[in-house]
Design a protein around this ligand. Structure first.
Ligand code: 6GU
Length: 239
């Protein structure tokens, strides 16, 4: 997969992309991530990319020109057209289903907005899908882009290594969109708390059933909204 990120702050991505799974996935060629600075496409001597909002009001608005020029330049960097995403709190809420959907794309182009907002013609003209990571406002789309890149790349074949797998993750199909079962490692007893006997039994069928039950109980207790979501989805698809 190729991922292009258009941003005014490419340096913000260095640390998250430079460690652990995201670094390994890039080093092994599973994903190619390219950052392009929108400011390089400013046309005046001050490298200006924002201006006051028409009609008045607080803050600055991202100008359409540099974003469009940057986007057109980035698109030509690779022959694949790419699925374009605009990061904005006004977008559809990102979740594991969306992450799985995006992980099937050959190329993603992410555009991170800044300032109080972006000129509406960016949204209209690019025809990009709008995505938000949750119902709160961030100072810019960069952190949201990093979260999406992380969630998507770990789903790519080989990204987690041979032993590890995202298959039992919380929100995955195997967790039925709910929470994951509890995990234990050594020691067998820690500060008086013992690993459940069943996990030491070697009976894989019983362990699988116990984990399934635990996952359901935890979801009911901690995230009942996920069970409701599932019911709604089923009702919709059956109706
Ligand atoms: Cl994608 N951008 C900004 N600025 N704030 C957000 C967001 C995105 N998602 C949630 N809040």
């Amino acid at each position: 997969m190729r991922i292009d990120i258009l941003t005014l702050f490419p340096e913000m991505f260095e640390s998250p992309l430079g460690h652990s799974i995201l670094k390994r996935a890039q080093d092994s060629g599973i994903v190619d991530i390219a950052l392009t600075n929108i400011r390089d496409f400013a046309t005046d001597n001050y490298r200006k990319v924002d201006d006051k909002p028409y009609g008045g009001g607080p803050g600055m608005v991202m100008m359409p020109g540099p974003v469009f020029d940057c986007f057109e330049y980035v698109q030509k960097l690779s022959p694949e057209k790419g699925h374009t995403i605009l990061l904005t709190p006004q977008g559809q809420r990102f979740d594991q289903v969306k992450a799985a959907e995006l992980s099937a794309e050959k190329r993603l182009i992410l555009i991170a907005g800044r300032y109080e907002g972006i000129d509406e013609r960016i949204r209209i003209g690019l025809g990009a899908e709008q995505i938000s990571i949750g119902d709160y406002v961030l100072s810019g789309g960069e952190l949201a882009a990093m979260i999406i890149v992380d969630a998507v790349v770990r789903l790519l074949a080989g990204a987690l290594g041979d032993e590890d797998s995202p298959k039992d993750d919380s929100f995955s199909e195997s967790a039925r969109g709910g929470l994951e079962y509890p995990q234990y490692t050594r020691p067998e007893v820690f500060r008086g708390m013992k690993v459940p006997d069943i996990l030491l039994s070697g009976d894989h069928a019983k362990i699988a059933e116990w984990r399934r039950q635990q996952a359901i109980e935890r979801t009911k207790k901690w995230r009942p909204d996920l069970l409701k979501d599932n019911n709604n989805k089923n009702e919709k698809s059956e109706g």
